[in-house]
Every structure is written in structure tokens, then in C-alpha cells.
Write a protein that binds this ligand. Structure first.
Ligand code: AMP
Length: 123
């Protein structure tokens, strides 16, 4: 899948759409999800143009990969979730209902999150 430079997170990274920056460094940006699915719901995105985890793993530099992983850890800690716990989620493709084709990690927390998936297996 080719990277679409008109996706909404690309626009946020270019400053064309506002977001409340919770964390930013050379490699990553974090901001609250506009439609939160938990009491605390934050998105962490790499600054580079990557569609998916596989795309990121294949093309990103070691520094970019370390940068995103560290950013997720720092943001989760800054959200105060180290003791209560949290969930990380990265959607890719139609089965996951990925809406925005720029790699992002969801951080959910601040409440009991239920079981791992909201659906049961169909097969
Ligand atoms: P996904 O389904 O994993 O692609 O998730 C995309 C997420 O981006 C959804 O949870 C949306 O609510 C969120 N979202 C879309 N537009 C914005 C925006 N402008 N600012 C913050 N979050 C957004």
C-alpha cells in the first residue's frame, strides 16, 4: 500500500490540522484521540511516512524504531498508567478497521479495559 500524503495524521504532522501535543521529539508525536474509546486514549505516531507496522519494520531506521518505541513508553508513563495498566493497539488493514493509513499506536487506560478483543472468532 502506497503512503497517502493527504491522510489526516500527515496533515497534523505538517501543522495543517491542529492537535493537542502531549509529547514530541525528533521521531514521534503524541496527541489525544479525537474520539476516545477509553477514559484515557492517546495516539503515538512516527514522524516518517509509514503505513503499517510491517512497512515501518522494513523501511525505518534503527533510530526511528527506537524513537517510536521509547515515545510510547514515555507517554504511557506520563499518562500515569504504569501502576494501573494500559493497552497498546496498532490496527492495520480492513480486518482491523484501520481508518488512518499512517502508522499509529493507540494507548488506552484509566479504566478496566475488558478482555483482549471485543469480537469472538468467526471461524
Ligand atoms: P485506526 O482505526 O486505528 O486507524 O484509528 C484512527 C484513530 O484516529 C481513530 O481512533 C480516530 O478517532 C482518530 N482520529 C482521527 N482524526 C483525528 C484527529 N484529527 N485528531 C485525533 N485523532 C484523530
Amino acid at each position: 500500500m502506497a503512503y497517502d500524503r493527504d491522510n489526516i495524521f500527515a496533515k497534523i504532522l505538517r501543522g495543517e490540522i491542529p492537535c493537542k501535543k502531549l509529547y514530541e521529539d525528533e521521531h514521534a508525536l503524541a496527541f489525544p484521540d479525537i474520539n476516545p474509546q477509553a477514559r484515557q486514549h492517546v495516539l503515538v505516531i512516527p514522524k516518517g511516512e509509514y503505513v503499517s507496522w510491517a512497512d515501518f519494520a522494513a523501511r525505518a531506521s534503527e533510530q526511528e524504531i527506537a524513537g517510536l518505541v521509547r515515545a510510547v513508553g514515555k507517554v504511557a508513563k506520563a499518562m500515569g498508567l504504569e501502576d494501573s495498566g494500559y493497552r497498546l493497539l496498532a490496527n492495520h488493514g480492513p480486518d482491523s478497521h484501520q481508518e488512518v493509513p499512517h502508522l499509529h499506536v493507540h494507548i488506552f487506560g484509566g479504566q478496566k479495559l475488558g478482555r483482549m478483543l471485543a469480537v469472538t472468532r468467526e471461524d
